[in-house]
Design a protein around this ligand. Structure first.
Ligand code: ADP
Length: 631
């Protein structure tokens, strides 16, 4: 044993991942080859990129390729690349630990229920570890390009609790992975089988995947000295659309997105003119586990004339489209383009604008022609799309057209109503698009503010995602119609009310003037104002905020997140037709009036999801009044 050989333990999550993966992915085991070839291809891309500034990294071996070989006697399958390779530290960091951000959160979601967990593992992506589906021992030997031969590293593991690491001589740069196949996995010792797996899953890989030709000798399949390239080995995105099949698009997606599931849709474009580039953009079918993680990886890959430049080029997609995956290959950018250059490049802005239009167009098309698919899309990415109007001013109206909401029309929490649908259902004389925001769907759905709207059959959008406050703060109209919160400002239904209603309201306001004043004096600092309302049919009272004020829901969200938010004093509105209000109007006992008035305010606050400053006093008041009921 070499003196430098050491045994290291896997990170706890790796152990868990291996266990889960071997069981849950067994029925789909061929994919291990795709994963290893995908890594080899990434390693070659990295070498090409680093080689741009340091040609010595090629070590006089410029022909990048991936080799796959099998040995029947030894029962091994070997995948070799001459890509960038890894240093000892990189092996420790990448193979043996999961460096993905959000890993811990991911593992905390696992339930122990194999079926459910198997679906999750696909979202997480398993990469290198998938080798253990078919191998009971994996030996990885690697050397980083540019380091000398004695800096080779050998990693070996049986996929249980630990792995060994030793320093070895490795004359050639790159990585060699030997899979010692498990009992019963002999099918991977067949030329035909391996080639068919490669052609199915890895045909799109840009560099040649090379195997030895075989011949049959005495009934045994034996490799000859002749090489054969198994895949097509050309950049898929550079091919004409008509020459790429759906299966090829799908497999390419799995490679660029590190996703196990097929994409929902894609858009492949060759753009000519001022900027010349090719884009192949995909919309995934599910949200990645790190959608809200700012450090997440795997966005758009940037290429310049087929040379890989960088992963996750965030300058190429706005934040609200961060779920889009794919490739952009520019014909004009310099090869030495850096992230810093990208940030201030007009060419990049032009490419970004063009690409955003393509994605929005793809989504519009899906919404129009494949509504069921669009529902799936919205479930996965709706909350992120709602960031759009605040981020992308130029495309605001387009994005607004793609938004979907829950509403009183369907009265379920399914977000399926578009602003266009809403406008199509507006009542005669209705001039605004009405919505309510609350911190849960139930609170929105049952809000007292909706009573008059329900009575008159006027639709109200029910918004209960956190991002909705941000959305309504940035989206003030659609198709010329203002968006209006039903919980802000005085209610003015304009032409939606008839003359008789208006007269009755005036009369009620006149009659209750003294009561309103009395409540106002009693509540003092708790309210900004008290007034009679006509928006309520069943509830005795509700709270509203001023037209320009922060909504009560947003104030609560901000405070819950520990952020500074001004305390907005609400206006108490009372329902002149409610028995409690009538009762209060005739209350002569001053103490009892105080209790009633405060209760009216406090229950209105509770009904809209607010919290009481002094719950004990509320309970005391309530009990005092309950005790007065005749037994
Ligand atoms: P992922 O590919 O999703 O990052 P993997 O578990 O497949 O996850 O690989 C982890 C990391 O190990 C890779 O990101 C890469 O840095 C490194 N790696 C894996 N295979 C190779 C290889 N053949 N050559 C160089 N580095 C590799």
């Amino acid at each position: 044993m070499s003196a430098t050989k050491e045994t290291l333990g896997f990170q706890a999550e790796v152990k868990q991942l291996l266990q889960l993966m071997i069981h849950s992915l067994y029925s789909n085991k061929d994919i291990f080859l795709r994963e290893l070839i995908s890594n080899a291809s990434d390693a070659a891309d990295k070498l090409r990129f680093e080689g741009l500034s340091d040609a010595a990294l090629y070590e006089n071996d410029p022909d990048l390729n991936i080799r796959v070989a099998f040995d029947r006697e030894a029962r091994t399958l070997t995948i070799t690349d001459n890509g960038i390779g890894m240093s000892r530290q990189e092996v420790i960091d990448h193979i043996g630990t999961i460096a993905k951000s959000g890993t811990r959160e991911f593992f905390s979601q696992l339930s122990g229920d194999q079926k459910k967990d198997a679906a999750l593992i696909g979202q997480f992506g398993v990469g290198f570890y998938s080798a253990f589906i078919v191998a009971d021992r994996v030996t990885l030997t690697t050397r980083r390009a540019g380091l000398t031969a004695e800096h080779g590293v050998r990693w070996e593991s049986a996929g249980a609790g630990d792995y060994t690491l030793e320093t070895v001589e490795k004359p050639t740069r790159g990585t060699e992975i030997v899979l010692h196949l498990r009992e019963g996995e002999d099918e991977f010792l067949s030329d035909w089988k391996i080639k068919s797996v490669i052609r199915t899953y890895s045909d799109h890989i840009t560099l040649p995947i090379v195997m030895k030709k075989t011949e049959w000798k005495d009934g045994v399949e034996t490799p000859t000295d002749e090489d054969e390239t198994v895949n097509r080995a050309s950049a898929l995105w550079a091919r004409a659309k008509k020459d790429v099949t759906d299966d090829e698009y799908t497999e390419f997606y799995k490679h660029v997105a590190h996703d196990f599931e097929p994409p929902l849709a894609w858009s492949h474009n060759r753009v000519e003119g001022k900027q010349e580039y090719i884009s192949l953009l995909y919309v995934p079918s599910h949200a990645p586990f790190d959608l809200y993680d700012r450090e997440k990886r795997h966005g758009i890959k940037l290429y310049v004339r087929r040379v890989f430049i960088m992963d996750d080029a965030e300058q190429l997609m706005p934040q609200y489209l961060r779920f889009v995956r794919g490739v952009i290959d520019s014909a004009d950018l310099p090869l030495n383009v850096s992230r810093e250059i990208l940030q201030s490049s007009r060419d990049i802005d032009a490419i970004k604008n063009g690409s955003v239009k393509k994605v929005l167009g793809l989504l519009e098309d899906m919404a129009e022609n494949q509504p069921e698919k669009y529902v799936e899309f919205w479930k996965a990415f709706g909350k992120v799309m709602k960031e759009g109007p605040g981020e992308d001013f130029a495309n605001k109206e387009k994005i607004a057209g793609l938004l979907r909401f829950a509403s009183t029309h369907t009265d379920t929490d399914a977000q399926v109503v578009s602003l266009k649908d809403y406008i199509g259902r507006m009542k005669e004389g209705q001039s605004a698009i009405y919505y309510i925001t609350a911190d849960s769907f139930a609170a929105a759905q049952h809000s007292p503010h909706l009573e008059i709207f329900r009575k008159k059959g006027i639709e109200v959008l029910l918004l209960s995602d956190r991002v909705d406050e941000w959305l309504t703060g940035n989206l003030h109209e659609f198709d010329g119609k203002p968006l209006k919160s039903v919980a802000k400002g005085g209610l003015d239904l304009g032409e939606l009310e008839d003359e008789a209603e208006k007269t009755a309201q005036k009369e009620a306001e006149g009659n209750l003037k003294p009561l309103v004043e009395r409540i106002k004096t009693t509540l003092g600092e708790r309210v900004k104002d008290v007034r009679v309302t006509h928006r309520l049919t069943d509830s005795p009272a509700c709270l509203v905020t001023g037209e320009g004020d922060m909504s009560a829901n947003l104030e609560r969200l901000l405070k819950a997140a520990g952020q500074a938010a001004p305390t907005v004093k609400p206006t108490l509105e009372i329902n002149p037709t409610h028995a409690l209000v009538t009762r209060l109007n005739s209350e002569s006992d001053e103490d009892r009036f105080k209790d009633w008035a405060n209760l009216l305010f406090e229950q209105a606050l509770l009904a809209e999801g607010g919290q009481l400053d002094d719950p004990a006093s509320f309970v005391r008041r309530l009990n005092g009044l309950l005790a007065m009921l005749p037994s």
